[in-house]
Design a protein around this ligand. Structure first.
Ligand SMILES: [Zn+2]
Length: 346
């Protein structure tokens, strides 16, 4: 009997399980390259070490220190692994990136750390159900450029999908992904990724067919409110009347980075009233100038604040029956739940 910590220790890069580990990472990271965020086929991904394995010892030590990680951090553990596409893994991709942008690396490491238990579970359970799991892995590894493999896939894959639906209909649903750009007065247009399952696609169709309104425009009307909520939250992090060392006030935040992914689009229809909701995740990175009054009232310290913000939100649009221009009667953003990390530099 292997203790669960022993099993966990076996799930590492290079432990002879790389195809299975790669499948787990590819699935759990949403079938996307973690670096460019583009949806990728399993066959087009590799395993990347977020903190590079190849770096010289001095560079790696500096990077670990900057990321507040211990010197003996295990780079081959799933908490440092993510699926990457070949272009991003090359010298023009991550190779050319500035890895001293620690907030960005920390975000990826946090994501890997959160997924780690599921990665371990998936790899471990693969070993417990070897025969079926191996056949399925072989199917996933199929090179669809080979005409014989293509013919076999066309003949037999529908049976697999049907079997999956027997287990749970929603499992046989598939997601499509669209990137939509919004000009919101930021330094560059905001790219929003829209992940749609069958329900989401139906929602878009209803809004567009019945209300004659591109749903994308409706979404765009709610985004400025979300962005303002996030900026206010970043600022609130350093507005602290009772801060140790004197009251602290933050100026308006400068936005470095905003990423929005909508992962659920849904509707609810009651008579003529239609409610549409867009739920998703928000990631933002800000810096602010912070001033602090000294306790004795003499002097003022200027500090720099950095904020990393992640959260979930819901945007809602409500129509009270079809209107002439198709515009919703109400567009609202529910208070998001934020996870905030703030750093002060003197
Ligand atoms: Zn990529």
């Amino acid at each position: 009997m292997v203790a669960s910590s022993g099993l966990a220790a076996m799930v590492r890069y290079g432990a002879g399980k790389n195809p299975v580990l790669r499948l787990a990472l590819h699935t759990l990271w949403g079938q996307k390259c973690y670096w460019c965020n583009a949806p990728k086929d399993y066959n087009d991904t590799q395993i990347d070490h977020i903190i590079p394995r190849s770096q010289c010892a001095t560079d790696r030590a500096a990077l670990l220190h900057a990321c507040r990680l211990p010197a003996d951090f295990d780079v081959d553990d799933p908490r440092n692994l993510a699926p990457i596409c070949a272009p991003c893994n090359g010298s023009a991709g991550k190779g050319a990136a500035d890895l001293s942008d620690t907030p960005m690396l920390l975000r990826k490491l946090r994501q890997a750390d959160a997924l780690r238990p599921k990665v371990i579970q998936m790899v471990t359970e693969f070993g417990n159900s070897r025969r079926t799991a191996e056949s399925l892995l072989r199917a996933i590894e199929t090179d669809l450029n080979d005409p014989r493999a293509r013919a076999a896939f066309t003949a037999h894959a529908p049976g697999v999908v049907q079997k999956l639906a027997m287990l749970d209909e929603s499992l046989a649903d598939y997601h499509t992904s669209r990137i939509v750009e919004f000009a919101l007065g930021l330094s560059e247009p905001l790219e929003v990724e829209l992940l749609l399952n069958a329900r989401g696609r139906t929602t878009l169709t209803i809004v567009e067919d019945v209300y004659g309104r591109p749903v994308i425009e409706v979404l765009g009307e709610g985004l400025p409110t979300l962005i303002e909520l996030a900026q206010a939250r970043a600022q609130a992090e350093f507005n602290d009347e009772s801060a140790e060392g004197g009251p602290m006030y933050a100026g308006p935040p400068t936005t470095h980075f905003v990423e929005i992914q909508i992962d659920a689009v849904d509707f609810d229809r009651q008579g003529p009233i239609l409610d549409v909701s867009f739920a998703g995740t928000f990631t933002g990175s800000y810096s602010l100038s912070v001033v602090q009054d000294s306790m004795d009232g003499i002097g003022l310290d200027e500090l720099q604040g950095d904020v990393e913000l992640t959260g979930r939100f819901t945007l809602r649009a409500t129509w009270d029956g079809p209107t002439n221009d198709g515009a919703p009667d109400i567009v609202d953003c529910d208070e998001a739940t934020w996870d905030v990390e703030g750093y002060l530099t003197r």
